[in-house]
Design a protein around this ligand. Structure first.
Ligand code: COA
Ligand code: AMP
Length: 630
C-alpha cells in the first residue's frame, strides 16, 4: 500500500488504524479501544491497556533472543572513549538502578529529575524510571541552575540523578555546583541525589543527600518491569513557551510506545537490528524519542554521541561515526550541517570515510534551508529528508514516509502529513484557507497517540496555550501553507519562540531576565538571522531615567545575566541600549518589524505604529552592533 492509501485508511477508521499499530507492542493487558474522547477536548489513548515501556524497549528484545545485540553504542570524541552495551547488559543495568531507586522508596508516579551529559547512563536512568513507573524529567545540561530550580519546583521530584560534569569543547561544565545552586534556590527539595562521577571532574557529595551512582546500586535487588495504565505518564519534558515558566509536556505511556514504534519503519525506514543515530541531546525531545525510546522499542541499536559536528576533532566526525558504527539512518538538525559546511565547504573530510552504509539523512528541529539541503544531497548522494514536529507531538507531524513510499522531495517542504495528523491552515478567524495561502498551522483534534495529553499540573494553561484560539484544533505555534499537491511548508513561528542552533528558546523568558536588571526600564528580545545557528537572540533595552553607567557596561551585564539565569544554550551575546522601542498605538512592541530591520529585510511600518521615527533610531542603533546579518 502506498502513502495515500495508508493515510486515507487512517482517516476512514482511526480507531482501527491505531488498534492495529498497537499490536506491535507487548502488553500486559492489551487495549480494547484506542481513543477515549469522553473528556474532549482532552483526549487519552489506550487507557484500558496495561504495559511497561522499559519492558518493550529492553527486556522484550532479550526474551526474543536479541540479548547479545548492541542496544547502545557510545561514541565520545570529547573523552576519546567508546563502549557498547548489549540488550542483556542494558536489562541488567536498568533493573539494578530501578531496584535501587525502589529500595529508596521511589514508587510509581514519583518524579525523578535527570541532569546528565551524553553518556549511556543517561538512558539507563530514563529506562530505570519507566521500569518502575516513576516519571522522569530530563533537564538539558546547557541550562542554568535557575532553570533547573524552576523544573525542581514544578516537577517536585523525589530524587535527582545527575552527572558530575558535562564536556564542552575547551571546558568542563561542572554540573554538580549547578545542581547544588538549583536545590538551594528551589522551594522543593528532593529527598536524595544520585551522582554519576566522571573522571574529568568528580564532584563533592553532600553528606546525607548525595549518593555515588555505584554505591547507590550496590547489592540492590533487580526490579521487574511494573505494568502501568496506558495513560500513566512516562515522562515530563519542559519546553519553552511564551513566558519564563517552561511548559511541562506530559507523555503518556501507551500512546508513546505505539506512536514511536510506528515511525521507525514507516518514517525512518530501519528494521530491527539496524543502527540508528540521532545526533542530538537527551535533554531535548529528539533525544527522548530518537536517541532513547523509539530505536530501542523497535529493536534498533542507538548511537549516543558526545561531541559536536565540528571541532571534535574536525568536520569529519559525523562521517567517522557513521562509517565506524554502520549507521543506516541518521537524524540531526540543519544547524549541524551548516557548521560542517562552513568548516569544510567542499566536504573534503568525507573522502577519508566509506559511508555507503548510510541510506537516508533526516533533518528537523528548525527550518531546513534549501542551501543546506542541496549541499548535503550533493555530497552525501542520498535522500535528504526534512520532517517537522515539536516537543509536544514527540514524533513526525509532517514528513516523507520513506519506509512506506518515498515521495518526491520538494526542497523547502517537510512533505506531507503523517497518519494521525489532520493538518489545516487557518486564517485569524479560524477558517481554512485555500492552497498556497499563508496561515496558522493547526491540527484537527484529537491529536494521535503519543502526543501531549496535557501540561504537567497545568490543564488550564494547556487549554489556553493550544486549544482556545481555534476551537476544535491544536494550535502548533507555526505558520505556513499547503500547496496544490498537499505539501506543507513551515515558514515561521507565530509566538515568542525562536530556534537557536535547533534549540527552542523563549524570547519572553529572556525579556523577563533583562527586565530584572535594575537599570532596565523596558526591553524586547528578537531573533535575528545567523548563518550557522539559524537564529540568535538580540536584546534591545531602554534604561531607566537617570542611569549614568556606561551603556557598554550595562549591555555586558545583561549578556552575563541571561547566561547566568537561562544558560549558555541561549547564545545571548547581542544587546543594545536604545532610546525608545517602536510600538503600536495600543502599546504593543513591534518585535517583528525590528526583526526585519535587524536582518536587513525590506519592511513596511504597520499602519498602527505610534511614531515611525523610532524605526530609524532602531536601524541606526543596530548599525553599531557587529553581527552576521549586517
Ligand atoms: N552542557 C553545557 N553547556 C552546553 C551544552 C551542554 N549540554 N550544550 C551547549 N552548551 C553551551 C556551549 O558550550 C556554548 O557555550 P559557549 O557560549 O560558552 O560557547 C553554548 O551552550 C551554545 O551552544 P551551542 O548552541 O551548541 O553552540 P556551539 O557554538 O557550541 O555549537 C553547533 C554550534 C551548531 C555546532 C551546535 O549547536 C550543534 O551541534 N547543534 C546541533 C543541533 C542539535 O543537536 N539540536 C538538537 C535538536 S535536533
Ligand atoms: P522543538 O519543540 O524544540 O522540537 O521545536 C519545535 C519547533 O521547531 C517547531 O514548532 C518549529 O517551529 C521548529 N521546527 C521543527 N522542525 C522543523 C522543520 N522541519 N521545519 C521548520 N521548522 C521546524
Amino acid at each position: 500500500m502506498g502513502y495515500r492509501d495508508i493515510y486515507q485508511g487512517w482517516r476512514d477508521d482511526p480507531e482501527g488504524f491505531w488498534l492495529e499499530q498497537a499490536r506491535a507492542i507487548d502488553w500486559d493487558v492489551a487495549p480494547t479501544r484506542a481513543l477515549n474522547d469522553s473528556r474532549a477536548p482532552f483526549y487519552t489513548w489506550f487507557d484500558d491497556a496495561m504495559g511497561n515501556t522499559c519492558h518493550n524497549a529492553v527486556d522484550r528484545h532479550v526474551a526474543a533472543g536479541r540479548g547479545d545485540q548492541p542496544a547502545i553504542i557510545w561514541d565520545s570524541p570529547m573523552t576519546g572513549s567508546k563502549s557498547t552495551t548489549t540488550f542483556t547488559q542494558l536489562q541488567e543495568q536498568t533493573a539494578r538502578l530501578a531496584g535501587a531507586l525502589a529500595a529508596r522508596g521511589v514508587v510509581k508516579g514519583d518524579r525523578v529529575i535527570i541532569y546528565m551529559p551524553m553518556v549511556p547512563e543517561a538512558l539507563v536512568a530514563m529506562l530505570a524510571c519507566t521500569r518502575i513507573g516513576a516519571v522522569h524529567s530530563v533537564v538539558f545540561g546547557g541550562f542554568s541552575a535557575h532553570e533547573l530550580a524552576k523544573r525542581l519546583d514544578d516537577a517536585t521530584p523525589k530524587a535527582v540523578i545527575a552527572g558530575s560534569c558535562g564536556l564542552e569543547p575547551g571546558r568542563v561544565v561542572a554540573y554538580k555546583p549547578l545542581l547544588d545552586g538549583a536545590i538551594a534556590e528551589a522551594r522543593h527539595q528532593p529527598e536524595f541525589c544520585v551522582i554519576f562521577q566522571r573522571d574529568q571532574q568528580r564532584a563533592d557529595l553532600t553528606e546525607g543527600r548525595d549518593i555515588d551512582w555505584h554505591a547507590f546500586q550496590e547489592g540492590a535487588a533487580p526490579a521487574p518491569c511494573l505494568p502501568v495504565e496506558g495513560s500513566h505518564p512516562a515522562y515530563i519534558l519542559y519546553t519553552s513557551g511564551t513566558t519564563g515558566q517552561p511548559k511541562g509536556v506530559v507523555r503518556a505511556t501507551a500512546g508513546h510506545m505505539v506512536g514511536l514504534h510506528w515511525t521507525m519503519k514507516n518514517v525512518y525506514n530501519v528494521d530491527p537490528g539496524d543502527v540508528f543515530w540521532a545526533a542530538s541531546d537527551v535533554g531535548w525531545v529528539v533525544g527522548h524519542s530518537y536517541i532513547c525510546y523509539a530505536p530501542l522499542l523497535a529493536g534498533n541499536t542507538t548511537v549516543v554521541f558526545e561531541g559536536k559536528p565540528v571541532g571534535t576533532p574536525d568536520a569529519g566526525t559525523f562521517w567517522r561515526v557513521i562509517s565506524e558504527h554502520n549507521v543506516r539512518s541518521f537524524f540531526t538538525a540543519p544547524t549541524a550541517f551548516r557548521a560542517i559546511k562552513r568548516e569544510d565547504p567542499d566536504c573534503r573530510c568525507l573522502e577519508e570515510y566509506d559511508i555507503s552504509c548510510l541510506r537516508i539523512l533526516y533533518l528537523a528541529g528548525e527550518r531546513a534551508d534549501p542551501d543546506t539541503v542541496e549541499w548535503a544531497q550533493r555530497h552525501l548522494q542520498i535522500p535528504v529528508i526534512d520532517h517537522w514536529w515539536q516537543t509536544e507531538t514527540g514524533y513526525t507531524i509532517v514528513g516523507n514516509p520513506m519506509g512506506i513510499e518515498p515521495l518526491p522531495v520538494k526542497v523547502g517542504s517537510p512533505t506531507v502529513p503523517m497518519p494521525g495528523y489532520d493538518v489545516q491552515i487557518l486564517d485569524e478567524a479560524g477558517h481554512p484557507v485555500p492552497p498556497g495561502t499563508l496561515g496558522a498551522i493547526a491540527l484537527k483534534l484529537p491529536l494521535p497517540p503519543g502526543t501531549l495529553p496535557t501540561l504537567w499540573q497545568a490543564e488550564d494553561r494547556f487549554r489556553k496555550a493550544y486549544l482556545d484560539h481555534f476551537p476544535g484544533y491544536y494550535e502548533t505555534g507555526d505558520a505556513g501553507y499547503v500547496d496544490e499537491d498537499g505539501y506543507v511548508f513551515i515558514m515561521a513561528r507565530t509566538d515568542d519562540v525562536i530556534n537557536v542552533a535547533g534549540h527552542r528558546l523563549s524570547t519572553g523568558a529572556m525579556e523577563e531576565v533583562l527586565a530584572g536588571h535594575p537599570d532596565v526600564a523596558e526591553c524586547a528580545v528578537i531573533g535575528v538571522a545567523d548563518p550557522v545557528k539559524g537564529q540568535v537572540p538580540m536584546g534591545l533595552i531602554c534604561l531607566s531615567k537617570g542611569v549614568e553607567k556606561p551603556h557598554a557596561e550595562i549591555e555586558a551585564e545583561c549578556v552575563a545575566r541571561v547566561r547566568e539565569r537561562i544558560g549558555p544554550v541561549a547564545s545571548f551575546r547581542l544587546c543594545k541600549v536604545v532610546e525608545r522601542l517602536p510600538k503600536t498605538r495600543s502599546g504593543k512592541i513591534l518585535r517583528a518589524t525590528m526583526g526585519k530591520i535587524a536582518d536587513g529585510e525590506t519592511f513596511k511600518a504597520p499602519a498602527t505604529i505610534d511614531d515611525p521615527a523610532i524605526l530609524d533610531e532602531i536601524a541606526a542603533a543596530l548599525r553599531a552592533l557587529d553581527y552576521p546579518a549586517r
